[in-house]
Design a protein around this ligand. Structure first.
Ligand SMILES: [Mg+2]
Length: 367
């Protein structure tokens, strides 16, 4: 099987269910909610007729690629190679980057890696998780993610998600402690005492602010706080851990950072996302460090569509230490998608697809 071409679809724009706010959206001119997300979908074509799907997920509006440059870069990196040659292809991707097609970034590496494994699975007639040792679970427990909004809307959203079968929640916080507390109290009330509730200020706090905020919020039985202070600050997290008993969750994207987190003991649970690691091949290496260190993981998300969510589900099926509900809620947050038959969440779980490859089929018009 040899790669013969790459087909890049026109930019996909998808509206969110409601304009979302996280602490990162505070700018000098006020808060800018996110109303829509941008994706590039491409297919890697082969001489066998099999096609592998790549999704570049939730691209920042000021970093949209030039699709022609992207297609050229992908063709230079991929055509003539075997889809089984993942490590070598990932290694040469940065050489084919250009100013408006950043193939040296993890977001784009993730899309390429996903397409290669989709092809491998289709060629072998097996779902992707079987290429990584088989499924250790058939479904991924999910926390519905609630963004920063009025406490009354938070309560409404949580009740609606509970009716859809979700039991666990993650609340975005960090725009002000009074609002955070009102929202968290409303969420806990609506979610019930059994719900695992995580909070995520997206790195908005200093160590001192984190201590002050978490002391006030911990009475709502918080299962974990994600990125309480900027992600790389492990010293700060150790200082925080001396004062606060809430587990600290952090995005971990490389084996090197995973080792640093494990050695210092600054992080309790790794948040692993394929786009943060640069795809399945590299994410498995990070998960291996977590497993060796006895550290639990959850799957983070950049709000993928169904192809990207499927790739994450296969990863989540295959890794060992998945110990907390995961944030794979992209398809819940969008008003439309790019696949022919979206599958669905069941009783708060994301079932892992079982068809060969990623298990999704595109419903996009060929360009
Ligand atoms: Mg996060």
């Amino acid at each position: 099987m040899t790669i013969s071409d790459v087909l890049v679809y026109p930019l996909v724009t998808v509206r969110r269910q409601y304009p979302t706010v996280i602490s990162k959206q505070i700018h000098a001119d006020g808060i800018r909610p996110v109303e829509e997300s941008y994706f590039v979908i491409f297919e890697v074509l082969t001489d066998t007729g099999l096609r592998g799907i790549g999704e570049v997920s939730d691209i920042e509006p000021d970093a949209l690629p030039d699709l022609e440059q992207l297609g050229e870069g992908l063709r230079r990196a991929l055509v003539g190679r075997s889809p089984w040659d993942v490590a070598n292809i990932l290694a040469v991707l940065p050489e084919h980057t250009s100013d408006r097609a950043p193939l040296d970034s993890r977001l784009y590496a993730c899309a390429v890696d996903m397409a290669l494994y989709d092809l491998q699975g289709k060629a072998a007639g097996v779902p992707v998780y079987r290429l990584f040792g088989g499924a250790r679970r058939e479904a991924i427990p999910i926390s519905a993610v609630v963004y920063i909004r009025d406490a009354a809307l938070v309560a409404d959203e949580v009740r609606e998600r509970r009716e859809q079968g979700f039991h666990h929640f993650k609340l975005k916080v960090g725009l002000g402690l009074d609002q955070d507390e009102a929202s968290l109290a409303a969420l806990r009330e609506a979610a019930g005492p059994e719900a695992k509730v995580k909070i995520d200020p997206n790195g908005a706090w200093t160590v001192e602010e984190a201590i002050r905020c978490l002391r006030r919020l911990e009475k709502y039985d918080v299962a974990g706080v994600e990125t309480p202070i900027p992600a790389p600050d492990l010293e700060g997290k150790l200082a925080l851990k001396r004062e606060i008993s809430i587990p600290i969750l952090e995005h971990v994207g490389t084996p090197e950072f995973a080792l640093a987190c494990a050695r210092t003991g600054a992080v309790d649970v790794f948040n692993l996302a394929l786009c943060g690691c640069g795809g399945l091949y590299r994410a498995m290496q990070v998960a291996a460090v977590a497993e060796a260190a006895g550290i639990g993981c959850l799957l983070g998300s950049t709000l993928e569509l169904w192809p990207g969510t499927a790739a994450q589900a296969h990863f989540g099926a295959a890794i060992g230490p998945l110990r907390m509900p995961s944030d794979l809620v992209g398809p819940l947050m969008y008003q439309s998608d790019v696949v022919r038959e979206p599958w669905s969440y069941q009783d708060g779980l994301l079932p892992v697809p079982n068809a060969p490859g990623l298990g999704v089929e595109l419903a996009l018009e060929a360009p």
